[in-house]
Design a protein around this ligand. Structure first.
Ligand SMILES: CC(C)(COP(=O)(O)OP(=O)(O)OC[C@H]1O[C@@H](n2cnc3c(N)ncnc32)[C@H](O)[C@@H]1OP(=O)(O)O)[C@@H](O)C(=O)NCCC(=O)NCCS
Length: 176
């Protein structure tokens, strides 16, 4: 199955090992990009990123997609659906816009907003969830603008820069 999801300015397609570029590696090594991601605890290189992409592609409970700007066909980040739970028909959504020049232009909101109808209509999922560090205001806002609602706060769930940070859990149901 080949996945392609189109939106106004973007399209989403399956991420391939060939997408592991110098730019992608730079995103994963940029502390501003990984500030609120668990990926900041790992070291990244070309080989580890390729292995990650290959593992995601082989995992039937995961769908890792490239976020591509239609204009210039530029890969600006990734969005992931997974783990997908086939019993409860739920999945978690994670997003990374690695190209910092693309931040604040609505692409995060647009990518999440494009993935949701695909997950509900094509994959038959009932509910999507997302988790964010409370300090990651842009992420929470992007999910909310894409129809997610705050469902819970986990007090002091993470340690970020030596401080305890809350986790915000969000969800969007197919019937939203
Ligand atoms: C979080 C992220 C996905 C947001 O994507 P984006 O394309 O920059 O977000 P959008 O442009 O769609 O913005 C959505 C809303 O958040 C606001 N916003 C974005 N970044 C913000 C920031 N750093 N601080 C405050 N508000 C912010 C925008 O203004 C917009 O709200 P508005 O329309 O009311 O003005 C992106 O910054 C990113 O990938 N960051 C690094 C990885 C990461 O943290 N991923 C999320 C893990 S849960």
């Amino acid at each position: 199955m080949t996945v392609r999801i189109d939106s106004q300015r973007l399209y989403l397609r399956e991420l391939e090992e060939a997408d592991v570029s110098a730019a992608y590696l730079e995103w994963m090594r940029d502390p501003a990009v990984t500030q609120y991601l668990e990926a900041r605890f790992e070291e990244h290189n070309d080989k580890s990123l390729r292995a990650y992409v290959a593992a995601q592609r082989a995992d039937p409970s995961s769908l890792l997609l490239a976020i591509v700007l239609r204009e210039g066909d530029r890969h600006i980040g990734n969005i992931k659906l997974g783990p997908i739970d086939r019993h409860h028909l739920t999945a978690d959504v994670g997003i990374l816009i690695g190209d910092r020049t693309a931040w604040g232009r609505g692409y995060g909101t647009e990518a999440i907003g494009a993935l949701c109808p695909y997950a509900f209509a094509e994959l038959g999922l009932r509910k999507l969830t997302a988790g964010s560090y409370a300090a990651n205001v842009g992420s929470i806002r992007a999910f909310e603008k894409a129809g997610f609602r705050r469902e819970a706060v986990q007090q002091g769930q993470f340690v970020c820069d030596g401080r305890r940070v809350d986790a915000v859990l969000l969800g969007r149901c197919a019937s939203n």
